[in-house]
Design a protein around this ligand. Structure first.
Ligand SMILES: [Zn+2]
Length: 374
């Protein structure tokens, strides 16, 4: 009985907090009472608790409601902070984010990944402490550390099944995270960035996220959760065949999307940086234009296959995407050729989190956990 009452009170407080978190409108005690069907004394009591806990504050706005001025209310975004870490073969990235996934601090550490995972774990723990110190993160507000790795991991996040770029196979993650004294969550990197892009778009129920970096990967987000598949290999768009018998791929087969559309294809084939490549494309360097056109045509095949299978928006992310905007109309024309349904290709979107989507998505795990338990 007592427990039921406590739980009911928590749910009421939670519904008030969630409403303030989600609403874009001006919000006062009166409008909360109307919207949630709760009495003013109940609203007042719960707001007092939320304000005492530092989670809600007056927004500084006022609005007139029938002669009286009502004070606006809002959540306090940095009442809690989550940290995201992205591990790749040649760098570590840290990001601190508030409850709205605003970036509060960022740090990049160039370093080679070491297959001596316990040594690397100690290095990671030290660099994390440095980041927290430098960014003056209050430990009392820290929710946890999300870690994104470029590999397939088991559902509990305790084990790496395979991470080719890190040279890991069947590896226990305990070794990596043991020396970090905060709550930890480990996720695949493409799933993390897909999660962040889904969240920041607010309201889109499902997206397919296609990440274009040195590897090509992705994630399928359905109603705010990653669709993992039976073997946690859903969203492996990089190894969809787009040209049977075509270019060799890192997976050992031929004709995969990754073989055609990875950033590595540009840097390895031509031995130049992406910036140099796109400057060349813009200046009509014939060889560069030819490669870029071939990449776009195969990307279009990949995108239309994803669209045919999932019938949702396809969000393009990863560092190659920062150069894509001028070529989006051409890419859409190529996609239109393969799409028997759409009159207009309005389902391709460019990622908005640009280069920090991976660590932000890792941090997002703890933000969502907090929002579901507040
Ligand atoms: Zn492949």
């Amino acid at each position: 009985m007592e427990a039921n009452i406590t739980e009911r009170r928590r749910q009421t407080r939670s519904s008030i907090y969630r409403y303030l978190y989600e609403t874009k409108e001006f919000c006062s005690r009166q409008s909360l009472s109307l919207a949630l069907g709760l009495s003013l004394p109940t609203i007042y009591q719960n707001l007092t608790e939320l304000m005492d806990g530092g989670l809600v504050c007056y927004s500084g706005e006022t609005q007139s409601t029938g002669g009286r001025k009502a004070n606006g209310l809002s959540i306090v975004p940095d009442a809690r902070i989550a940290v995201g870490v992205s591990i790749t073969e040649n760098r570590l990235r840290f990001v601190a984010a508030d409850l709205r996934l605003n970036e509060l601090a960022y740090r990049k550490v160039p370093c080679r990944f070491s297959s001596n995972i316990s040594d690397y774990g100690a290095f990671l723990a030290r660099e994390l402490e440095l980041f927290l110190e430098e960014s003056q993160i209050d430990h009392g507000r820290l929710l946890g550390i999300g870690i994104a790795v470029p590999g397939a991991i088991t559902s509990g996040g305790h084990h790496i099944v395979l991470a080719p770029t890190l040279g890991l196979r069947d590896t226990d993650l305990e070794e990596l995270t043991r020396q970090i004294p905060y709550p930890i969550f480990v996720e695949n990197d493409a799933t993390s960035s897909g999660y962040a892009e889904w969240f920041i778009r607010g309201g889109q129920s499902s997206i397919a996220y296609l990440s274009l970096e040195n590897g090509v990967g992705g994630a399928v987000m359905v109603n705010g959760a990653a669709y993992a598949g039976d073997n946690r290999r859903s969203g492996e768009f990089g190894h969809m065949c787009v040209e049977p018998g075509g270019l060799p791929c890192s997976c050992g087969r031929h004709g995969c999307l990754e073989a055609y559309c990875s950033a590595r294809r540009i840097s390895d084939d031509l031995g130049i940086t992406l910036k140099e490549f796109f400057d060349g494309v813009e200046n009509h360097v014939w060889e560069y234009e030819l490669l870029w056109n071939d990449l776009l045509r195969h990307l279009a095949v990949g995108i239309s296959n994803i669209r045919m299978a999932l019938d949702c928006n396809v969000v393009l992310g990863g560092f190659l995407t920062q150069y894509l905007a001028p070529y989006l109309p051409l890419l859409k024309r190529y996609v239109a050729v393969n799409d028997p349904f759409a009159k207009e290709i309005d389902y391709i979107q460019l990622g908005v989190l640009s280069r920090h989507a991976v660590p932000l998505g890792a941090a997002l795990h703890f933000v969502q956990e907090f929002l579901s338990t507040v």
